[in-house]
Design a protein around this ligand. Sequence first.
Ligand SMILES: Cc1cc2nc3c(=O)[nH]c(=O)nc-3n(C[C@H](O)[C@H](O)[C@H](O)COP(=O)(O)O)c2cc1C
Length: 377
Amino acid sequence: MNNKLCAMLGIDFPLFAFSHCRDVVVAVSKAGGFGVFGAAAMDTAQMKVELDWIDAHIDGKPYGLDLAIPENMGNRDDTHQTLHTLLAQIPDTHKQFMDEVLTSHGVNTATPVRADEDRGISHFLDTAMEQVEEGLRHPIRLFVNALGLPPKFFIEKSKAAGVPTGALVGSREHALRQIEAGIDVIVAQGNEAGAHCGEVSTMVLLPEVVRTLRASGSDAPVLAAGGIATGQQMAAAMLMGADGAWTGSAWLPSTESSVHPAVKQRLIAARSRDTIRSRAMTGKTARQLKSDWNAAWEGKDSPGFLPMPYQHILTDRALQLAEKSVDGGNEQARALLTEGVGQGIGLINEETSCRAIVQRYREEFADAMERFAEIAG
Ligand SMILES: Cc1cc2nc3c(=O)[nH]c(=O)nc-3n(C[C@H](O)[C@H](O)[C@H](O)COP(=O)(O)O)c2cc1C
C-alpha cells in the first residue's frame, strides 16, 4: 500500500497495534504492521528498559511510542507525585470498599503486589517530561499522546527531533484543536474502543473528523480506531477516508501478550455485549470487560468513583491481587478480572500469534477489496 502515511513511517500495511506489551510491539512491526508501545503506566526507568529491549529485538523495523498525559485530571499540580504519595491521598472509605470487594471474593488483601512499589507515572508533568526526553532518545517513528491536548513540550521536543506526533480524539472539535496545536496524525477513536473513549461511534466519528479536517485545509493523516478487529473493517475505514487502522483490543489475547492467562480466557469467551463504559477502572470513562469489579463500583453500595489517577491506582492494585489469588487456586477471584477492551473483542475467538493476526488482517483486507471491485463492477 502506498499512501502518505506509509511513506512517512516506512511501512507498507498501515495496521497500527497499540500495546502495553513490548513483545506485541516487536512481533507486529516485524510482521509488517506498526507496533506502538504504550508506556503510560510506567516510570521513566522502566520505560527505558522496555524501549532498549524493543530496540534490541525489532530488527530496525519502525515502531511508535504512546503516552497518556491527561489535559484534565483530578490532581494536576506540578509537585512530584508517586504512587505512594497519591495512595496516601485516597479516602479510607474507598480503600475499605476495595478491600471489601476483594475479600468477598476470597482475595487476601495483604499479599504484596507490584502495584505497591513506589514510582512516578506519566500523568504528572515532571515524569511526563522525563518520559518525552527518554522516548526521543530511541528510534521511534511516531510519538502519540492520549487524553486531550499534550503539553507544549511534547510537540516542541518531538518536532525538534524530527519525530511526527499523533493524538487520540473522540470528537471533530478535538481533532481540530490537536491540529491547531501542531499534531501531525489524528487517531479518530470511536465509542466501540477499548479503554478511554468518547460517545460517538467510529462509523460516524471517522467521516466527521476527515470532513472537518479537510474543510479546515488540513491534509493530516487520520487513523480509524475503535472496534476494528478484522481486515474488512480496516478496508471499510480506509474507503471512508482513513489512512490506516489503529487497533488495541485485537492484540490482548495474542500469544505474545502479557495479559494474565485467566484474563485472556475471559476475553476470548467475551461477546461484543460483554463490555461496559464505566469510570470504575481509571476514574475517566473507559470501556472494559464487565466483571464483578466494575459492577461493585457501579452498584448501590459504591462510595462513588474517584477522579483519575486515584481510581486507577485502586483498580491496578485490586486486579493484581485478584490475579495472584487466581494463581493461588482461588476460582472465585476470576469473576473480578477485567481489562480495558472494546466491543470488537466479540469478533476474536482464539489465541494466536501477532504474526498470524497481521496476516489475517492482510488477507481479510484483500478479500474486502476484491469484493469492492466486484460491487463497483
Ligand atoms: C487495555 C488497553 C489500554 C489502552 N491504553 C491506552 C493508552 O495508554 N494510551 C492510548 O493512547 N490508548 C490506549 N488505549 C486505546 C488504544 O490506543 C486504541 O485506541 C483502542 O484500543 C482502539 O480500539 P479497539 O480496542 O477497539 O481496537 C488502550 C486500549 C486498551 C484495549
